[in-house]
Design a protein around this ligand. Structure first.
Ligand code: IMP
Ligand code: MG
Length: 182
């Protein structure tokens, strides 16, 4: 275990099993439409890149992978926050079945605005597959079709999640030691 981590919340093996399970569920749910309209997995950079790379390989259907970078305007406690697109998708999603791969659903505000934006582009369908969902109050009411793990309301890192751009490459999810922030 890394020196800066106080405890492991989700092990590498648990992640591997969960990815397989999510991949099988998506493969089953989208089998009929994969060859007609097509599926696009969308990664919200940068946290979801690790998750999407593994999830994509667990789905046994033809699919596209596309990437987007966004930043939230202003204060995340304001529900009126807008999403600013820093890097847009490379291809059109019109008429395609879109699955957004997200690292963690915290306040959910960024994802809610992003979904409004993507809906305007008229995909055939739009769903969310989030690796983690934090158990916290005042979360935006987002209907996640696929959820990897529910996690406690603590600051966690690893498997794509960072603190000051570090720890994304840890193969497990863990809690940072308090002295790392201090
Ligand atoms: P929100 O759902 O709009 O509040 O923002 C979620 C984003 O905040 C995620 O995509 C992560 O990048 C980041 N985030 C939220 N909670 C954590 C955490 O515990 N560790 C690392 N990043 C987090
Ligand atoms: Mg993120």
């Amino acid at each position: 275990m890394h020196n800066d981590i106080s405890k492991i919340v989700i092990t590498e093996e648990e992640i591997r099993d969960k990815i397989r399970e999510l991949g099988q569920a998506i493969t089953k749910d989208y089998a009929d439409v994969a060859r007609s309209e097509g599926i696009v997995l969308i990664c919200v950079l940068r946290g979801a890149a690790t998750f999407m790379a593994d999830l994509g390989r667990a789905i046994e259907l033809p699919l596209e992978m596309d990437y987007m970078a966004v930043s939230s305007y202003g204060n995340s406690t304001q529900s009126s926050g807008q999403v600013r697109i820093l890097k847009d998708l490379s291809s059109s999603i019109q008429g395609k079945h879109v699955i957004i791969a997200e690292d963690i659903l915290d306040s959910g505000l960024t994802l809610m605005r992003l979904m409004e934006e993507l809906k305007c582009r008229r995909p055939a369908s739009l769903e969310v597959c989030t690796f983690l969902r934090k158990d916290r109050p005042n979360q935006a009411p987002i209907n996640c079709r696929y959820i990897g793990f529910e996690c406690p309301n603590e600051f966690i890192v690893g498997y794509g999640l960072d603190y000051a751009e570090r720890y994304r490459n840890l193969p497990y999810v863990g809690v940072l030691k308090p002295e790392v922030y201090e």
